[in-house]
Write a protein that binds this ligand. Sequence first.
Ligand code: COI
Length: 360
Amino acid sequence: MWEDLEVTLEKVDEGQRKEKPSQDNLGFGVHFTDHMFLMKWDREKGWHDAEIRPYGDFHLDPAAMLLHYGQAIFEGLKAYRRDDGQVFLFRPADNLERMNVSAQRMCMPRIPVDKVLKSLKALLYLEKEWIPMAEGTALYIRPTMIGVEPFLGVRPSGEYYFYIILSPVGAYYKEGCRPTKIYVSDEYVRAVKGGVGYVKTSGNYAASLYTSEIAKKAGCTQVLWLDACEHKYIEEVGTSNIFFMIDDELVTPPLEGSILPGVTRDSVIKLTDSWGVNVSERKISIDEVLAAHEQGRLQEAFGSGTAAVISPVGELCYKEKNYLINKGETGELSARLFAELQAIQKGEKEDSFKWTVRCG
Ligand code: COI
């Protein structure tokens, strides 16, 4: 069981390793490193057969339950290589603990956080050369759990795979950290309270695609979701949480079960609070945002997430009208937060919250 989970290692021969991509144009989630972590779970053995092995396909029965009933959860976190060659993770235990919250809601087994973190560090040690160092780049880490038992009845799977893959990345949005145009959906919704909105489960992302395509056609990068009951209160952007600066109050929607409890969201709240910013987690309606815009009180808006880091919002599109925010430019607080988070992650600034964790 967990206590004696041994990790075996199968390395790719030096001569067989992939060529590393140029760091100038990495994109997001396009390239994958040479190795991955995989472990298996069943009712009898718990987690077992943990291995670091060559990145590649694994066997899935066509009846594997995740393919039919969607038992799949994941996380996203990043590793950074500093100028002195040391590798650091940003708040890794928070992501792995959040995965256990997702697992509980989706009737999946808990992962042993300490063991997984140790295995992740070992994997990163092996893949150190893959961690890009250019400005705005990082190694994105994708822990994933899927239900793999071949069975067509509807109940929790009795077998799971947990794996971690690594991808050197640049900015998530094509705009980089420049302002994005966001489509406010007044018709389709992402999640309801009591549902799985707070869970990082694949189905939430699948359900968002249709509206994302509508947003793209309207020239927008992402969808800003409103609540499912009244289509009135702001929720999140799907790939990130959202913040509005109105009258010097930084507002973000509260965690009430339908939005993801973002690790970057939490970092933004703690950082801004420490800077003396008046930051509130409270309900905020789209009408309040638009009224503030109309009256010149909406100073800036931005999304926060692991992939997106801090992503300024330059424009909102709602009911076929466009609302430019901060003249479409990056706001002062967005820029400060982006710079501060990057500096902490890269070890260029003091990490007073003890968020970074050294590997090895
Ligand atoms: C992340 O920020 O890590 C995410 O999971 C967002 C997205 C790429 C799905």
